[in-house]
Write a protein that binds this ligand. Structure first.
Ligand code: CFM
Ligand code: HCA
Length: 534
């Protein structure tokens, strides 16, 4: 396998080869540790699937908050191309307080770039307050704003004083980091500083209060998860940020447990909530049937109430009885196939379990922009060297809240629980991958084609940027970002929907009309000369 990898690398210039080698690991469970390089700059000229800091901040973390008007300060392109493409669904009890379908941008022109855009931004905030009366406003900076030096914070502060509405500025210029990941961190800091804890609740209105962090309600995922959680008896205080709101987030401090679905995008808030309010976080995974069951059991164990444990088992049994016969028919189609699973920062891991439940083995997986801890586990965090790109992002330090800090469980019980469930811990993706399987960080289009030729997967799961290239190679491609406009895929019913969509991908007659490259191209190439082969 190493030899075949060398062949792929041999096309690269020496410097690029040295770089890319560090981002690719062939899984060997015998080795105590296998280091992977991650969260570093993409080599210029390489076609990556990564996005920018603005995408991670405004697009991913802030965008789903429905009662806030999100202003993109910059030329129209950044706003337009981040408008509803992520499929984060939301409904509001008050239809006048759901602004997600709007695309609000200052539409900077050449004269604004030359003379500055602050006045235009201030006027836009005035208009937004007057027209929409939102619960809050965010202003996200795009690249040119940082280059010309508009002072977003000053404009936001003045507008906030003028209107009495929270106006939050995010210096998430696209170039602020090596990928979306920088934008997650920038958004996490300000949500923690300016939103969470601003509410006046001192206790939860219901039993077993939880926040769901890193769940963005793509295709309705969080609705399916909430359906089950509410059935069991949990009180969902807030979801960060799918179908979320300023109104809910400001009281997030009353939760007694924080669930972390996507570790990459929100581990900062999870940690800060633990420091500030004494609330532990639990790594959860609602993708896949067994992962959902394990997660529900872990949650029940944390609260430790026999009635909650009983109810959890009752709901699990009922849900399973409903879905098993349906999913079994799709399994028959999927059994024995292989997949590539390459997504942004957490789905590359989470979807492997669901694939396995359908009998599909993931032979290559990776993340666009996750960090080493998402691959190797949180224990390696102290070893990660902070480079200049990372140091560029402010690291918010929080202190225990004098009035509200409360240990939710005793330190002894916490230690006991940590042995059984992933409390304030994430083990990463790599330990779950089998021997010989390939882990690739920041996979690029050249490597995509080469690995497809080498490993011939039956299905390729990733995003819009490579989907069509892969399909033209004769391989069914499944978008795990937008779900190809389907979903939900989370929880019990989501697993069935996923099985149905994947099975449909395999049986589509389309594949009879395309030929994979290895079927019409010889594997060995050479020329025939008189007197023999050479
Ligand atoms: Fe987390 Fe996400 Fe993901 Fe992500 Fe994204 Fe996304 Fe993603 Mo696209 S927050 S890291 S920055 S799970 S938008 S909902 S699908 S790349 S794997
Ligand atoms: C983003 C959003 C994205 C893009 C999806 C894709 C999403 O990174 O800015 O490349 O298919 O999930 O919508 O990740």
């Amino acid at each position: 396998d190493e030899k075949k990898l060398e062949e792929i690398f041999s096309q690269y210039p020496a410097k690029v080869k040295r770089n890319r080698k560090k981002h690719i690991v062939i899984r060997d469970p015998e080795q105590a540790r296998q280091e992977i390089e991650a969260n570093t700059r993409t080599v210029p000229g390489i076609i990556t699937n990564r996005g920018c800091a603005y995408a991670g901040c405004k697009g991913v973390v802030l965008g789903p908050l429905k009662d806030i008007v999100h202003i993109t300060h910059g030329p129209i392109g950044c706003g337009y191309y981040s408008w509803l493409t992520r499929r984060n669904k939301a409904v509001s009890e008050d239809p006048k307080k759901n602004f997600l379908t709007y695309c609000v941008s200052t539409d900077m022109q050449e004269s604004d770039i030359v003379f500055g855009g602050e006045k235009k931004l201030a006027r836009m905030i005035d208009d937004v307050v007057e027209i929409f009366k939102p619960n809050a406003i965010t202003v996200s900076a795009t690249c040119p704003v940082g280059l010309i030096g508009d002072d977003l914070n000053a404009v936001a502060k003045a507008a906030e004083e003028k209107h009495g509405v929270p106006v939050m500025a995010f210096n998430c210029e696209g170039y602020k980091g090596v990928s979306q990941s920088a934008g997650h961190h920038i958004a996490n800091n300000i949500l923690m500083d300016r939103v969470i804890g601003q509410g006046d609740w001192e206790e939860s209105p219901g039993k077993y209060p939880i926040n769901m962090l890193g769940e963005y309600n793509i295709g309705g995922d969080s609705w399916e998860v909430e359906r089950v959680l509410k059935e069991i008896g949990y009180t969902v205080i807030s979801v960060m940020t799918g179908d979320g709101s300023y109104k809910d987030l400001k009281n997030a401090h009353v939760a007694e447990l924080n669930l972390v679905q996507c570790h990459r995008s929100i581990n900062y808030i999870a940690e800060m909530l633990e420091t500030k309010y004494g609330t532990p976080w639990l790594k959860v995974n609602f993708i896949g049937i067994q992962s959902t069951i394990d997660t529900l059991r872990n949650m029940a164990l944390y609260f430790g109430d026999p009635e909650l444990i009983r109810k959890t088992e009752e709901v699990i049994a009922r849900e399973l009885a409903e879905i098993e016969p349906v999913i079994d028919q799709y399994k028959k189609i999927c059994e024995g196939k292989t997949a590539f699973c390459f997504v942004g920062g957490s789905r590359g891991h989470h979807y492997q379990g669901l694939f396995a439940e359908l009998g599909i083995e993931t032979v290559l997986a990776g993340y666009e922009f996750a960090h080493r801890d998402d691959y190797e586990g949180r224990e390696i965090i102290p070893e990660i060297k902070l480079d200049a790109d990372t140091k560029n992002i402010p690291n918010l330090q929080v202190e225990p809240d004098q009035r509200r800090f409360k240990l939710k469980i005793s330190p002894e019980r916490m230690e006991e629980l940590k042995k059984q469930i992933p409390l304030s811990y994430y083990k990463g993706m790599n330990v779950e991958m089998k021997e010989g399987h390939v882990i690739v960080d920041d996979l690029n289009h050249y490597e995509t084609e080469e690995f497809i030729k080498l490993l011939k997967p039956d299905i390729f799961a990733s995003g819009i940027k490579d989907k069509y290239i892969v399909q033209k190679m004769g391989i069914p491609a499944k978008q795990l970002h937008s779900y190809d406009y389907s979903g939900p895929y989370a929880g019990f019913k989501g697993a069935v929907k996923f099985a149905e969509d994947v099975a449909m991908g395999f049986v589509s007659p389309t594949w009879n009309f395309t030929t994979p490259p290895w079927k019409n191209k010889p594997i060995i190439e050479g020329t025939i000369e008189e007197g023999g082969c050479s």
